[in-house]
Ligand binder design. Structure first.
Ligand code: ACO
Length: 354
């Protein structure tokens, strides 16, 4: 057998494929979708425009009808609250997907992707409420999502919709993150798009990847007032815990998404923004010289709450945008023929013992 190649833990810095979807320049604090600077566009473009930019180079819409397919409606009627998002996505994907990637055309795969991107907000909201919801086609993707998940009845405010849309735009794709890699590994086997997306959603649900925002809010709750920030954070560090909302696997300078969201938060909720800035400043002092800056989740947690998104839906809301990036990468991976199949150094008992 060929000699194994040892790589850094977590495959950090190892390039495993090529992509045209986008890139993260960690030392420069920049990221882009297909060469376009995301922070320059995030506050101006609609989610629909941004999704079309990311999904592929065709310029065709990436978002369409948000209504649930009939089998999903029937499942909600039968099971109600027994469905969680992973099961619900699996169910919808099974009724939507044209077939395994190896058996379908690029056009069929793209159509499957658009259908699943489009339906996810309705699915998240339906799982949340425990019944099949009906989308409003007159509203934008972001506005309709907010309408469907919000606790309060009525149309969401334009300011909340714009803030949510900016968050969604900023989180559609982000280099070769773990969820994206998971989707591409599954795609390399030729499985259907649904399998790729459910796998990616599972990766996103981990607190070391997508599920930290709720914990960041608990930190803000515990700190309470800006004046308490530094003492509270010192105690965390003394206890050997990490400061949530700081550090990033790729950025060694400020996460550009956090700069953009700080601007939006200051307009949407100035009082909460003051607390977040106090925490950011205290973290800057306590982590000085360690190349650990505020990350996107320090701001997104508070912003999503200010928009009216329930805390239990933060990770699902992240998925509403990131599904576009996952689909874009699956479309690319479907053109590759090689299965992603690395190796491991065996360190157990020697072979041949019984
Ligand atoms: N607070 C204190 N120390 C930290 C923090 C932090 N937030 N993050 C990293 N460190 C320290 C580690 O303890 C380690 O120190 P050591 O070398 O003395 O052992 C060093 O910095 C490097 O840590 P790694 O885990 O190797 O850094 P990595 O770049 O892999 O970690 C991560 C990135 C997981 C995001 C980390 O910074 C972290 O746990 N942050 C807090 C959780 C968080 O905010 N997650 C959201 C990230 S944004 C996103 O994923 C969308």
């Amino acid at each position: 057998m060929a000699e194994l190649i040892e790589v850094p833990p977590g495959l950090a810095g190892v390039a495993v494929t090529y992509t045209r979807v986008g890139d993260v320049l960690g030392d420069e604090g920049l990221f882009h979708y297909r060469g376009r600077s995301v922070v320059e566009l995030a506050q101006e473009w609609s989610f629909e425009e941004m999704a079309a930019l990311v999904l592929d180079e065709s310029g065709a819409p990436a978002v369409g009808a948000r209504d649930l397919p009939a089998p999903a409606v029937a499942a909600f009627d039968a099971l109600a609250t027994a469905l969680d998002l992973r099961s619900a996505l699996s169910l919808v994907a099974a009724s939507v997907c044209s077939g395994p990637l190896v058996d379908i055309s690029p056009a069929e795969l793209r159509a499957d992707a658009v259908r699943l991107i489009s339906v996810l907000p309705t699915l998240v909201a339906s799982v949340h409420h425990g019944r099949a919801l009906v989308p409003d086609p007159a509203l934008s993707h972001a506005a309709d999502y907010l309408r469907m998940v919000a606790a309060a009845p009525g149309a969401p405010t334009p300011q909340a919709v714009r803030a949510l849309e900016t968050y969604l735009n900023l989180t559609i794709d982000h280099g070769f993150n773990t969820g994206t890699f998971a989707a591409r590994v599954i795609a390399s086997t030729g499985a259907d798009l649904g399998a790729c997306l459910v796998g990616a959603l599972g990766a996103l649900s981990g607190p070391r990847h997508g599920a930290v925002q709720g914990r960041v809010l608990e930190m803000f709750d515990a700190i309470g007032e800006p004046a308490n920030a530094e003492d509270w954070m010192k105690a965390e560090l003394r206890s050997g815990r990490r400061l949530l909302g700081f550090g990033h696997a790729v950025y060694r300078v400020t996460d550009p998404r956090s700069v953009c969201l700080a601007e939006v938060l200051a307009e949407v909720d100035p009082a909460r923004a003051a607390l977040v800035e106090a925490v950011a400043a205290a973290g800057g002092r306590l982590l000085a010289g360690r190349r650990l800056s505020p990350n996107v989740d320090l701001y997104s947690s508070v912003l999503l709450e200010a928009c009216g998104i329930p805390r239990s839906l933060f990770t699902a809301t992240f998925a509403v945008s990131r599904i576009v990036g996952w689909c874009a990468h699956v479309l690319e991976q479907a053109e590759e023929r090689k299965v992603i199949r690395p190796a491991a150094y065996y360190v157990g008992a020697p072979p041949g013992r019984g």
